[in-house]
Design a protein around this ligand. Structure first.
Ligand SMILES: C[S@@+](CC[C@H](N)C(=O)[O-])C[C@H]1O[C@@H](n2cnc3c(N)ncnc32)[C@H](O)[C@@H]1O
Length: 249
């Protein structure tokens, strides 16, 4: 049916959001398949060089944003939403006061905590996120974080509405003046860069995309104030990334 519709130049209908969420849960929690470890950014999946580069590059962007916004150079109490195998955690935790490792995949939370403990003494706390009810992970932690990281995750969400739930979660977790560093895969005028609305496992890295200005405006709707943006049109892992520095008023 998909081939027939495509051949006729017609749009292939999307799957409902609950089906996409269920497929995402199945994929990330199964810890199986050849690509899972690299999709989850485990050290064993990406390889040492690429894995270390992820954290190094993101820490560099954090420092540039912090300098530009006159924020402290240390990230303070950090939560990473979608921490995977700890590529960012090993770069941020050594200069953080506390690191919260949040993910929908319990094995990735455990792996991230293990990687942090291997590199520093910073206190690290596991946070298990239920993909169908992510807000529950925030309860009791409102206004407790100085820095919220969400990197290589927004594109994997089941749709824009799920991505924006994460931005609202950032708003709840941050202290006033706190920074959300969020990476988004942007779309262009090319129709193929629109987010897919079906076949999660096949399209996972392209499920949710935003126009560059669109995400800026949606972040305001979620209660955060966009201050800075930097673009990475291509890197060793993928393409079309926009990083936003969003401040909680
Ligand atoms: C590509 S890895 C990125 C890991 C890490 N942030 C990094 O930059 O290396 C994506 C991670 O996001 C998690 N994830 C996927 N959907 C999520 C969601 N809706 N909420 C939180 N985590 C999610 C996956 O389990 C996986 O560990």
């Amino acid at each position: 049916m998909r081939r027939v519709l495509k051949a006729a130049g017609r749009a292939v209908p999307g799957q409902g959001i609950s089906r996409r969420i269920a497929d995402a849960r199945t994929y990330w929690s199964a810890m199986s398949g050849e690509a899972w470890a690299s999709d989850s950014h485990w050290r064993t999946g990406l390889g040492d060089e690429a894995w270390l580069e992820v954290g190094r590059n993101h820490l560099d962007i954090f420092h540039r944003f912090a300098k530009g916004l006159d924020l402290p150079s240390g990230p303070g109490r950090v939560i990473e939403w979608g921490c995977g195998g700890g590529a960012n955690a090993v770069a941020f935790a050594p200069i953080a006061s506390t690191f919260l490792a949040a993910d929908i995949a319990p094995e990735s939370v455990t792996e991230c905590v293990r990687q942090v403990r291997a590199v520093c003494q910073t206190s690290v706390e596991p946070v298990h996120v239920d993909i169908a009810n992510p807000e529950r992970a925030v309860d009791g932690r409102e206004g407790s974080c100085d820095t919220f990281l969400c990197l290589y995750v927004i594109e994997l969400t089941a749709g824009p509405e799920e991505a924006l739930r994460i931005v609202r979660i950032a708003e709840r977790l941050l202290v006033s003046g706190g920074l959300a560093l969020i990476q988004v895969k942007y779309r262009t005028a090319d129709r193929r860069t629109r987010g897919h609305r079906r076949d999660y496992r096949r399209n996972l890295a392209n499920m949710t995309t935003f126009g560059i200005d669109e995400f800026w405006l949606r972040a305001i709707d979620c209660g955060l104030t966009p201050k800075l943006i930097t673009l990475v049109p291509r890197n060793r892992l993928d393409a079309r990334y926009a990083y936003y520095a969003l401040i909680k008023p």
